[in-house]
Design a binder for this molecule. Structure first.
Ligand code: ADP
Length: 619
């Protein structure tokens, strides 16, 4: 395919090439490097050499935005002249005119004095030589170029490529591509053919080729180069060549790749941009919070904000963190079910707890073992360790503590076979009744009493309609569906958006969104009591994605960035309470929209329109 797209080589090009090769003493060989592309034909080889000179021409320092050809890029007759071409032209033109004027005057004098014209003096002979020589020069210079321009259109193309100033970035792109790869992108007419990244340097080109060819594993780039941005760029370019996909729209620059090394993401090739909206103020426990939400779902932020407004106008919400403990449940196998039961009894014996906790807590100054809950399946024992983890979400911390305890148990239970550090009784990132019933992370309840006039004015519905809808949809409807922790309208919408904005693990949305929403009329039917109970909000303000710049900024907006200095764990607990408060707002707004029959209307307006108006709730 590529061969057929080669331009034929013109006579002029060949002459120029030979001259160039002779001049540079390089012969006609051109190193193909380690390009994965097929070997070229002879004609392509020559063409490449021509283009290689083009590359050096384009790579020369540019003036006024254009790439200039260096003096030795192309051999011309004028190259042998002692003077620059412009001055040589001026000189010969001057000689021609001066000689001609001199001869004309002499001839006029000879005619007047009747002297024969063919009798020439030395000065006249010199003038004739001057006229002839300058005529020859001027005809060769201007005439040949004119004839060539008509005869050879390809030469014209070559000349254009070789000498025309190219706009800066395009010139650089082409120059770099040509200088580093024998196949110029200009040769491709197939749109699917890989084009070079304009930013690729010669040194990077070698590495890219090696990654593409499989000689260098992509995952070693950061360590070998010691430059995370460069590694990501090289990996991305290799990916682009392998897949033929340009990745346009996926930004590469503007991100600190060093900040994710060994912690957040491997093999980076860019980053995804997400809009962050702010809902609020959420008035919770007497404080105002502006809640950042990263989402692409229209209506969501606007709807949550409407709920916040209803809560604020009713005096605010209150929250209680009922429990705070992350869990990890390894599974071990013993020779018999009886032996597994013996280990269970050992772990549940209150007298042993202190020793086990001592061993467990060595993992971190913030890890404090709270409980061990055991379950058997035949001779397999599942031990669900629960511990407080300070301001960290705590998965790493609890896992280290569990490892310590398993090592300790092995001394007394040498027939214990550790199957896995996680036996799914934890249970992480999967729907599980154990989290719904026992809780995982922070268990939070959040409530508010919404005044009747606020229900009418802000939520555009009435209390009996809300109470009935909540009962039939969130309670009975979810029971009919056999739901596990899904007794709510759209808790996961709010949880996911806040998790992404604040650097939480979005996969933990599964259990973190467990929520039961309750609504009842109080104060003689004049007000609405609304609550959300969420047993498994798994959040942290240190570790993981929380340390990245954007996410840390969102945590800072909530005043929960990093570790709490006064009371370790206070920041993470406050974040969990805010999540529950925002869910409360979201539930109020969604249920109200449904009760008022506004949902479809709102989605049509927010999801299908470029215009924005802040009254529309999603599910
Ligand atoms: P996780 O356990 O959530 O995966 P990491 O283990 O990645 O979190 O991060 C927790 C780290 O932060 C630990 O090294 C811990 O010592 C440190 N740290 C500093 N201050 C606190 C704090 N207030 N609460 C919890 N961890 C903290």
């Amino acid at each position: 395919m590529l061969r057929s797209q080669c331009y034929p080589l013109s006579l002029n090009s060949r002459v120029l090439l030979r001259a160039s090769a002779a001049r540079h003493g390089s012969g006609l060989t051109f190193p193909l490097g380690s390009s994965p592309l097929p070997p070229p034909t002879a004609s392509m080889d020559v063409r490449r050499r021509s283009l290689q000179r083009l590359s050096s021409a384009a790579a020369a320092p540019s003036v006024a935005g254009g790439a200039r050809r260096p003096a030795d890029a192309l051999v011309q007759a004028s190259d042998v002249l002692p003077l620059p071409i412009r001055y040589t032209n001026l000189l010969f033109s001057g000689v021609f005119i001066a000689s001609l004027v001199f001869l004309m005057r002499r001839w006029r004098e000879k005619v007047r004095s009747s002297v024969p014209l063919h009798l020439l003096g030395l000065s006249e002979i010199l003038a004739v030589v001057g006229v002839i020589a300058s005529l020859v020069y001027l005809i060769s210079f201007f005439g040949i170029a004119f004839v060539q321009s008509i005869v050879s259109c390809h030469d014209e193309e070559d000349e254009f490529l070789l000498s025309a100033p190219v706009p800066g970035p395009a010139a650089a792109a082409c120059a770099i591509s040509l200088a580093t790869d024998p196949i110029c992108p200009l040769l491709y007419t197939d749109n699917a053919a890989p084009q070079k990244d304009p930013g690729v340097t010669a040194e990077d080109e070698e590495i890219i080729s090696s990654v593409v060819a499989g000689r260098t594993p992509s995952y070693v780039l950061e360590a070998r180069l010691g430059d995370c941005r460069r590694a990501a760029g090289i990996r991305r370019e290799a990916l682009r060549r392998i897949t033929g996909r340009a990745l346009e729209g996926l930004p590469l620059d503007g991100f600190d790749y060093a900040s994710i090394m060994g912690q957040c993401c491997e093999l980076p090739v860019g980053y995804v941009q997400l809009p962050v909206g702010v809902a609020g103020p959420l008035v919770l426990d007497g404080r105002e919070h502006y809640v950042p939400m990263a989402t692409t779902e229209g209506c969501l932020v606007a709807s949550t904000s409407r709920g916040c407004k209803a809560i604020a106008q009713s005096g605010g919400a209150t929250s209680v963190v009922l429990r705070d403990g992350m869990t990890r449940a390894p599974v071990v196998r013993l020779p018999s079910a009886r032996r597994a039961a013996e280990l269970k009894a050992f772990l549940e014996e209150p007298n042993n707890f202190e020793t086990i906790a001592l061993v467990f807590n060595r993992s971190s100054r913030f890890a404090r073992l709270q409980a061990i809950k055991c379950a058997l399946a035949g001779r397999n024992l599942y031990m669900r360790f629960s511990c407080s983890t300070g301001d960290a979400m705590g998965m790493n911390m609890v896992s280290k503590g569990v490892e310590n305890v398993l090592g300790y148990l092995q001394n007394d239970f040498q027939d214990m076979d550790v199957i896995s550090i996680s036996g799914n009784f934890c249970s992480d990132k999967k729907p599980a009744a154990v989290n719904w019933i026992e809780g995982r992370g922070k268990s939070v309840v959040c409530e508010a009493i919404i005044k009747e006039e606020v229900v009418k004015k802000v939520l555009k519905t009435n209390i009996p309609a809300l109470v009935e809808l909540n009962m039939i949809k969130n309670l009975a409807g979810s029971a009919v569906a056999g739901s596990l922790g899904g007794f709510n309208g759209h808790a996961s919408n709010i949880v996911s958006a806040i998790y992404i904005a604040t650097g939480q693990d979005p996969a933990q949305n599964v259990e973190s969104s467990h929520c039961i929403t309750m609504m009842e009329a109080v104060n003689g039917g004049k007000d609405l009591h609304v609550s959300v109970t969420m047993p498994s909000i798994e959040v942290g303000t240190v570790g993981g994605g929380t340390q990245l710049a954007s996410q840390a900024a969102c945590l800072d907006l909530l005043s929960v960035k990093g570790a709490s200095l006064e009371s370790p764990g206070a920041n993470a607990r406050l974040l969990a309470a805010i999540v529950a408060g925002a869910v409360l707002a979201g539930e109020l707004s969604l249920l109200s929209a449904l009760a008022a029959g506004q949902l479809v209307q709102s989605h049509m307006k927010y999801n299908r329109s470029a215009k924005i108006s802040p009254k529309l709730p999603p599910e």
